[in-house]
Design a protein around this ligand. Structure first.
Ligand code: 2P0
Length: 318
């Protein structure tokens, strides 16, 4: 039991900014949808010759991976031997498609399994958060909230399920604009927004009410309300990026063309709402019956388009 599968999640209400960088505590709460389809598969060998990471068939150096395994061992009060970690994503890594979310969620589940530990989802979520904030949400399937928390040690800043995947069969159409790695990593980008955007305090105030509105929209299965909140959160987050010094320009020309297509679809009465993350890809929230129409409209501006529904939380391969 040392191999885990985890799926990426896309934030409907965004996490952008840390109140404690060392503990990876968020400045705002967030709410996400774990996607089916894409996945990270990670195997941890607990006891190897040396620490070694193989990501997408290439040897890599990422101290954070072994730091998270250290924290896992510390949490369980056991020594950590050298570990070999082999991980594979079936989608582009580091391109604003949430590979760090599924990556660290799979790592903690595989690591705990390999070490023979039985940890709760809350404990695993807290440990995954230390690797990458958004990873704490991929421990759960469907609609998930990451609580802001108030404890200085971060023990209450964990994710919790809002509604399971079967609650609501929505789709996220992903228009891939670029498969290359992003220009500025999320951690650096959010620190730049926090330190230099004059809109930062407004962004912090918006977080809690946006999450509450999104939670209510999910419970009521109200796509228009959820899509509206999602776009508001997305554009507010981007406002802190555009007004940072120097500005964070994750968008490409095709990103803007896709946003116009989404607006045109809505004007034609199609239920489609857009979001973006720290990258140029555009993701469109909709119902299954509109997927084909939306994919046809987006395809001319994208390298490819895919549609994913709600997926499960991270799990150990039997
Ligand atoms: C999110 N993003 O809520 C937001 C929206 C990008 C934009 O979480 O620094 O890789 O490792 O905690 O989780 C991407 O940031 O950042 C992210 P760290 P992470 O999905």
């Amino acid at each position: 039991m040392n191999t885990a599968i985890a799926h990426p999640n896309i934030a409907l209400v965004k996490y952008w900014g840390k109140r404690d960088a060392a503990l990876n505590l968020p400045a705002v709460p967030s709410l996400s949808l774990t996607l089916s389809g894409w996945h990270t598969r990670t195997q941890v060998q607990w006891g190897a010759e040396r620490d070694e990471l193989i990501l997408d068939d290439e040897p890599r150096t990422d101290p954070k991976v072994f730091r998270v395994l250290d924290l896992l061992a510390q949490h369980a009060a056991i020594p950590r031997p050298p570990c070999r970690v082999v991980s594979h994503n079936d989608f582009p890594t580091g391109a604003g498609l949430a590979s760090s979310a599924s990556g660290f969620a799979a790592l903690v589940v595989a690591g705990a399994g390999a070490a023979g530990l039985e940890l709760s989802r809350g404990e695993l979520s807290m440990l995954a958060r230390r690797g990458s904030g958004s990873a704490c949400r991929s421990l759960y399937g469907g609609f998930v909230q990451w609580h802001l928390g108030t404890a200085p040690d971060g023990t209450d800043s964990v994710a919790e399920p809002v509604a399971p995947p079967e609650h609501w069969d929505v789709r996220m159409v992903v228009a891939v604009v670029s498969e290359g790695p992003k220009s500025t990593g999320s951690t650096e980008g959010m620190e730049r927004s926090r330190k230099s955007s004059p809109l930062w305090s407004t962004w912090l105030e918006l977080g809690p009410p946006l999450v509450e509105q999104a939670r209510q929209a999910v419970m009521a299965r109200d796509l228009e309300a959820l899509g509206t909140v999602m776009e508001r959160s997305t554009y507010s987050m981007y406002s802190t990026m555009f007004t940072a010094t120097p500005p964070l320009l994750y968008w490409q020309p095709a990103t803007v063309a896709l946003l116009h297509e989404v607006a045109a679809l809505r004007a034609r009465g199609v239920g489609a709402w857009a979001t973006m993350d720290a990258g140029p890809q555009v993701k469109v929230l909709c119902l299954p019956g509109d997927v084909q129409t939306i994919q046809s409209a987006l395809a001319p501006h994208a390298l490819r388009t895919l549609a994913h529904g709600p997926g499960p939380g991270a799990y150990l391969e039997p």
